[in-house]
Design a protein around this ligand. Structure first.
Ligand SMILES: C[S@@+](CC[C@H](N)C(=O)[O-])C[C@H]1O[C@@H](n2cnc3c(N)ncnc32)[C@H](O)[C@@H]1O
Length: 322
């Protein structure tokens, strides 16, 4: 995976049609908004595309640059399965993958994710795809992974920080037993309410306790109360990256011994392996340092076992052992 990520760095993705994020949101994630799409052939930005500042457009590449690019690829023994003709898949709405090959990712989606995706999740995914901030949604393969994981660990009492329109929330709610619970937090209720009718139709809304507002004070309150210590089977964190370390300090007390915390975006669009001087969008660079710090802290934390998976934008599972 490292080679693959590194190779992506060597081979910068095509710049965005409109690389400027949409502004106007008052949260930590306000920079993490997809660009407005313009022109006849809309490019929805991809995890890798927004890692690079638009410097060299594909069409403008010189022959020399192309040759160098090919040489580098060979040197790194990269198997690129998708040709230029297939490159479009990474531009799809909601497409999130760190896989080098678009074709391979599409294969995963088409053979094992979409055919088994519950109708409600499909509906929510399609609804979210029309939203201007759709890049924030959990990808379908990650949703499937979470759903399976929750069933495997027989999760009943869970928490989610960062809901957006609720795709991962729905994946969780569908996996829990009838009396399962999810404490879901987001500073933005509007987006949650977009997905809520789908969640209600799926018959799982009763499992969700949604709290509007920043998650940290709620966690502090729960720690102070004392009765929530060691009470969660699973906690999914998919929100403001600059607070992940702060979340971890609290969540480690709230998750039960043997329970799991999943931190999303721990490969941060591949930027974790980019050299410090690599051209990067401001917000990618800003959050990258927090993600790097988190990854180091998790690896050094003796209270947990960890497993970093290249699913979606990278998810690190932490199993509390003490
Ligand atoms: C990447 S999105 C979550 C995606 C979601 N898990 C899904 O499946 O679609 C990140 C969310 O975190 C929320 N957020 C940002 N800062 C937050 C905070 N301090 N507390 C709670 N939520 C926050 C944002 O409003 C945004 O909806």
């Amino acid at each position: 995976m490292w080679t693959s990520l590194n190779s992506q760095y060597v081979t910068p993705a095509k710049p965005l049609t409109n690389p400027q994020p949409v502004g106007g949101r008052s949260n930590h994630f306000s920079n993490d908004i997809p660009p407005v799409q313009t022109g006849p052939s809309p490019r929805i930005y991809t995890p890798f595309a927004f890692l690079f500042l638009p410097q060299v457009d594909g069409e403008q590449k010189t022959q020399k640059q192309k040759k160098e690019r090919e040489k580098e690829k060979t040197k790194q023994k990269i198997t690129v399965m998708a040709g230029d003709g297939e490159a479009g898949r990474h531009q799809e709405v909601g497409h999130k993958s760190l896989l080098q090959s678009d074709a391979l990712y599409q294969y995963i989606l088409e053979t094992s994710v979409y055919p088994r995706e519950p109708e409600a999740m499909k509906e929510l995914r399609e609804l979210t795809a029309k939203h201007p901030w759709n890049i924030m949604t959990t990808s379908a393969d990650e949703g499937q992974f979470l759903n399976m994981l929750l069933k495997l660990i027989n999760a009943k009492n869970t928490m989610e920080i960062g809901v957006y329109t609720g795709y991962s929330l729905l994946a969780t709610a569908l996996a829990l037993p009838e009396d399962g619970k999810i404490l879901a937090m987001d500073i933005n209720k509007e987006n949650y309410e977009l997905g809520l009718p789908v969640i209600q139709k799926a018959g799982v809304a009763h499992k969700i306790d949604f709290r509007e507002g920043p998650a940290l004070p709620v966690l502090d309150q729960m720690i102070e109360d004392g009765k929530y210590h060691g009470s969660f089977d699973f906690i999914f964190v998919d929100a403001d990256k600059d607070n992940y370390i702060n979340y971890h300090k609290r969540l480690i007390d709230l998750v039960k011994v043997g329970g799991l915390i999943g931190y999303d975006n721990t490969l941060w669009n591949g930027s974790v392996v980019a050299p410090p001087d690599a051209p990067m969008r401001k917000y990618v660079r800003y959050y990258r340092d927090f993600v790097l710090e988190l990854n180091k802290a998790l690896a050094a934390d003796p209270r947990i076992e960890i497993c970093m998976l290249p699913v979606g934008d990278g998810i690190t599972l932490c199993r509390r052992i003490s």
